[in-house]
Ligand binder design. Structure first.
Ligand SMILES: [Zn+2]
Length: 313
């Protein structure tokens, strides 16, 4: 781990390290940046450094407090008792979740000398939730640090912004991103950016499944006999995989299909041909649609999917 493990934003990372070392970090700090700026990773790294007992610029990784960041038996990351990550799934951080965080903030630290609260995509709080949270910023507890992230700073209350120090993050160079994620090409990068998927959170097995499925994409869209073969192969891979693990992969794959479909759609609609391979593809896409709908609440993506599917009808 450490800041060096992900690319970009060297100046901001240096500044944060210096501030950590000299203990001059602002109590409320907001990391502002788009999807691929590693704002969540920087927030986590900062939280680790703040809780580490060595007081160095980065977390030492070996002290008893750092070891609380280990992993459980199933490999999931552990959160130390003095750290709270407010990152519920979905588009909203509800007021009840904010209230729960406020209760956490109100209690004294248990093992470390301080507490750290990380709030991911702060802009998911509506006005009411933001106002509730504002109260703790207005009457700060001396032992609590707040690390917030956002991609949409304009939706945050001015009163929250005035009490936070904002650090702007930029997206690293494309080459660095491809290397870091181990992505085959820029198409996947576009997907990560647009759909907000966190590649690092996708387990290795799913990545392998994804790359096997991805190999079918070019022949699938090339038309002719190769398409039918690719469609059958895709179906097989899908049926092989467990439902849960294939869900995220399909989400990614379908996004990829959508991107391809976008350009292909015009041609297919124009010709309206009913080749046998199109039936295969249609069947496959209809099956994926249910899963896709479950995992996406993005209306424009759904419209796109519907248009794409109708082209095979
Ligand atoms: Zn440590």
């Amino acid at each position: 781990m450490g800041y060096g493990s992900f690319p970009g934003n060297e100046k901001v990372k240096e500044l944060l390290k210096k501030m950590t070392l000299s203990q001059t970090l602002p109590q409320a700090l907001l990391l502002k940046g788009e999807r691929l700026t590693f704002k969540e990773e920087i927030a986590q790294e900062l939280a680790r450094a703040l809780l580490c007992s060595q007081g160095a610029e980065e977390a030492c990784g070996v002290c008893p407090l750092c070891r609380l960041f280990g992993r459980d038996e199933e490999g999931r990351p552990l959160t130390p008792p003095d750290m709270l990550i407010l990152d519920p799934p979905g588009d909203l951080i509800k007021i009840d979740e904010v209230r729960e965080a406020i209760r956490f903030i109100g209690a004294h630290p248990m093992v470390a000398p301080k507490k750290v609260v990380v709030i991911s995509d702060m802009d998911r709080m509506n006005q009411e939730a933001q106002n509730a949270f504002l109260k703790v910023l207005e009457e700060p507890h001396p032992y609590v640090n707040y690390i917030m992230t956002t991609g949409r700073i304009d939706t945050l209350l001015p009163t929250i912004l005035s009490r936070s120090q904002v650090f702007s993050l930029q997206e690293p160079k494309e080459r660095d991103l491809l290397d870091y994620f181990g992505l085959p090409g820029r198409e996947e990068l576009v997907l990560l950016r647009e759909r907000g998927l966190r590649w690092s959170e996708i387990p290795e097995g799913e990545k392998i499944l994804f790359s096997r499925m991805r190999e079918c994409m070019d022949p699938l869209f090339a038309g002719g006999r190769g398409s039918a073969v690719a469609a059958v192969k895709l179906k097989e891979l899908w049926e092989e995989a467990g439902r849960e693990e294939s869900k995220r992969v399909l989400r990614l794959l379908l996004s990829l299909a959508m991107e391809r479909g976008r350009s292909l759609l015009a041609e297919v609609v124009k010709e309206r041909g009913k080749e046998p391979w199109q039936r295969e593809v249609r069947e496959l896409l209809l099956k994926t649609e249910a899963i896709y709908r479950e995992s996406f609440s993005n209306a424009s993506a759904e419209v796109l999917l519907a248009a794409f599917l109708s082209s095979f009808l």
